[in-house]
Design a protein around this ligand. Structure first.
Ligand SMILES: [Zn+2]
Length: 210
């Protein structure tokens, strides 16, 4: 996006819909090409797992690995686009109040992940919440892809290890993403709640503007 296009996308002001994503849950919705999504960290300190599919063909979806290869970065900067499995721009990062503190390396949390940590077999998790959300919207299942972990602070350390740092997102922090094709998007409020700094999951809000 050029500076002018970013300014235009920021200026969009007509709210099309606003969806709460309560703690320990997920929501799916359709977003048309050119519309801008705002994902708000309502109370702060919350990770959001984000997924996107071509609305006309869900074999094409957001690909963290294509995005990293195309941009030669761990995560897009403002003005750069998340890429699809067909190496096409899918969503452009238009604004980022989290100053680039996001992750695109980790998996979505699962039942098995919490079991492996001794948290029992009934812990809420992003993979199940994804499935519930997309099945509610489409009436059928869609295979999950690797997520974009918004607001997750897990930078790469100097020895190649991931550092698991405290979540820096403040209440009201948000990112804005512009759809570059007609999309089906899913956002889950990540259910991670097993450390002192993340002892409970919090809500997110998903707004669409045009
Ligand atoms: Zn999760």
């Amino acid at each position: 996006l050029s500076t002018e296009e970013i300014a235009q996308a920021r200026a969009l002001h007509s709210l099309v819909c606003s969806t709460e994503v309560p703690a320990y849950s997920g929501r799916a919705l359709r977003v048309r090409q050119g519309q801008v999504m705002r994902i708000v960290n309502v109370e702060g300190g919350q990770i959001g797992d984000f997924f996107a599919y071509n609305a006309d063909d869900d074999f094409e979806h957001l690909s963290p690995s294509e995005t990293r290869s195309v941009l030669l970065r761990h995560f897009p900067r403002v003005g750069q686009a998340f890429q699809s499995t067909r190496r096409r721009p899918m969503l452009t990062l238009v604004e980022d109040y989290a100053a680039g503190v996001h992750d695109m390396m980790f998996h979505a949390c699962s039942k098995q992940f919490y079991e492996s940590l001794g948290a029992g077999s009934n812990h809420r998790n992003c993979k199940d919440n994804f499935e519930r959300a997309i099945t509610t919207l489409l009436g059928r299942r869609v295979p999950i892809h690797d997520p974009v972990n918004l607001f997750q602070n897990s930078p790469l350390g100097s020895n190649g290890e991931f550092l698991l740092e405290p979540n820096l997102a403040r209440a009201g922090d948000f990112v804005k993403l512009r759809a570059e094709m007609n999309l089906i998007c899913v956002l889950t409020s990540c259910s991670w709640d097993l450390d002192a700094l993340h002892s409970q999951c919090r809500p997110l809000r998903l707004e669409v503007f045009e």
